[in-house]
Design a protein around this ligand. Structure first.
Ligand code: XLS
Ligand code: NI
Ligand code: NI
Length: 441
């Protein structure tokens, strides 16, 4: 059986190393220095960078106006198991050369679906055996697994929210197999992204029944995985739309509410994706903060959108200042619970060289690393935190502190306000806060 080093797909590219920001070597990290300690942890530990199998190993660049443009040398075999093994060889060569520790997959990124459920299961199991050996040989681990319950036409009306119970059951079977695969590979987490769990028109939709069915379904999946010894975290990945018009897991706040409504809040956290946040008319940092406030900041899908259009462009991260604002939330909330930073991003359709995949991941890792360094410097060396504390200092003393401890009634507020007179005008100082971030960048 072919294991590491048997065949090289990314010829002429060696291990990507940290060379610092003055390096002109495009195949080197300028800011991501895996063993550098920042705020008590190495960068490697903070981020747990993961490669997304579906984009990096499977996405050949097809769009609604034309077919794929990229020719992957690992996608030539006609036998599905051989093709899956070649793809795994390429995946592990790439992840190892990047110096990353993790990968993420959908079941049928690993191997194509078979004609029947039984055949699909057999294929997944065979590929899992192969991946196990690749993991052992390389030390690369599985950050999370998931099931693709949105591409196959059978899911056109949804998976767990499908109006037809037969499809709901079929999705359940597929997720059982994907959970088994994740557990067999020591996956640290399991993701649910409800691609088609939403609706296009309320006229033909029983929203209450669909949402209740998702709640029941997620409980079943959780109970099954726990019964098989899975100790990891389940993540919901919010997204407002695309492919459905109204997706049920619209944003972090909506998802947290449904998790609580269906009793899932102790086992589930959120996987926040940058461009899903912007599609929901939020910022990435807003979504991180909402998740963190609920103790549910689990993982990140790193990418970016495009401000001039409104779909999930899944570009690699490169906006340092925006990511720095996100890293402020990240550091202040103690980082991610269970998850990591998964590059759910793809190179552009006309980026057709194999080395472009390296440039993309190097840029993404450097963007996060540089942003982390900025956020850490702001927190450690600048007046940022004291300005922020000062803005809320009225709740740290006197009546304000009693209010914050829940000791006052509305009548107490009435009495206090009556004696206090008109409140003093206090500036929000937004420009000063922005300047501090700029100064430490
Ligand atoms: C699609 C999602 C998807 C999930 C995994 O927009 O980001 O890729 O991360 O199913
Ligand atoms: Ni994603
Ligand atoms: Ni996405």
């Amino acid at each position: 059986m072919a294991l590491l080093g048997d065949k090289e797909f990314f010829k002429g590219i060696g291990e990507i190393k940290y060379e610092g920001k003055n390096s002109d070597n495009p195949m080197a990290f300028k800011f991501y220095n895996p063993d550098q300690v920042v705020a008590g942890k190495t960068m490697r530990e903070h981020f747990k960078f993961a490669v997304a199998y579906w984009h990096t190993l499977c996405g050949t660049g097809g769009d609604p106006f034309g077919p794929g443009t990229k020719v992957f040398p690992w996608s030539t075999a006609s036998d599905p198991i051989k093709a899956a093994e070649d793809k795994a060889d390429a995946a592990f060569e790439f992840i190892t050369k990047m110096g990353f520790d993790y990968y993420c997959f959908h079941d049928h990124d690993l191997v194509d679906e078979g004609a029947t459920l039984a055949e699909s299961e057999k294929r997944v199991q065979k590929t899992v055996e192969y991946l196990k050996q690749k993991q052992e040989a390389s030390g690369v681990k599985l950050l999370w697994g998931t099931a693709n319950c949105f591409s196959n036409p059978r899911y056109m009306n949804g998976a767990a929210s499908n109006p037809n119970f037969d499809v709901v059951a079929r999705a359940g079977a597929q997720i059982k197999i994907a959970l088994d695969a994740t557990i067999a590979l020591g996956g640290e987490n399991y993701v649910f992204w409800g691609g088609r769990e939403g609706y296009m028109s309320l006229l033909n939709t029983d929203m209450k029944l669909e949402q209740d069915n998702i709640g029941r379904f997620l409980n079943m999946a959780k109970d099954y995985a726990r019964s098989q010894g899975f100790k990891g975290v389940f993540f919901i990945e919010p997204k407002p739309m695309e492919p459905t018009k109204h997706q049920y897991d619209f944003d972090a706040a909506t998802s947290i509410n449904s998790l609580r409504a269906y009793g899932l809040e102790n086992d589930f956290k959120l996987n926040i994706e940058v461009n899903h946040a912007t599609l929901a008319q939020h910022t990435f940092q807003h979504e991180l903060q909402v998740a963190a406030n609920a103790g549910m900041l689990g993982s990140i899908d790193a990418n970016r959108g495009d401000y001039q259009n409104g779909w999930d462009t899944d570009q690699f991260p490169n906006n340092v200042m925006e990511t720095a604002e996100a890293m402020l939330v990240f550091l202040k909330s103690g980082g991610l619970q269970g998850g990591g930073v998964n590059f759910d991003a793809k190179t552009r359709r006309n980026s057709t060289d194999l080395e472009d995949i390296f440039h993309a991941h190097i840029g993404g890792a450097d963007t996060f690393a540089r942003a982390l360094l900025i956020a850490n410097a702001v927190l450690e060396n600048s007046p940022y935190q004291s300005l922020l504390d000062n803005r809320y200092s009225s709740f740290a003393k006197g009546k304000g502190s009693e209010f914050a401890q829940g000791k006052l009634s509305l009548m107490d507020l009435y009495d206090y306000a009556g004696k206090n007179g008109e409140p003093e005008q206090i500036s929000g100082k937004q420009e000063l806060f922005e300047n501090i971030l700029n100064q430490y960048s």
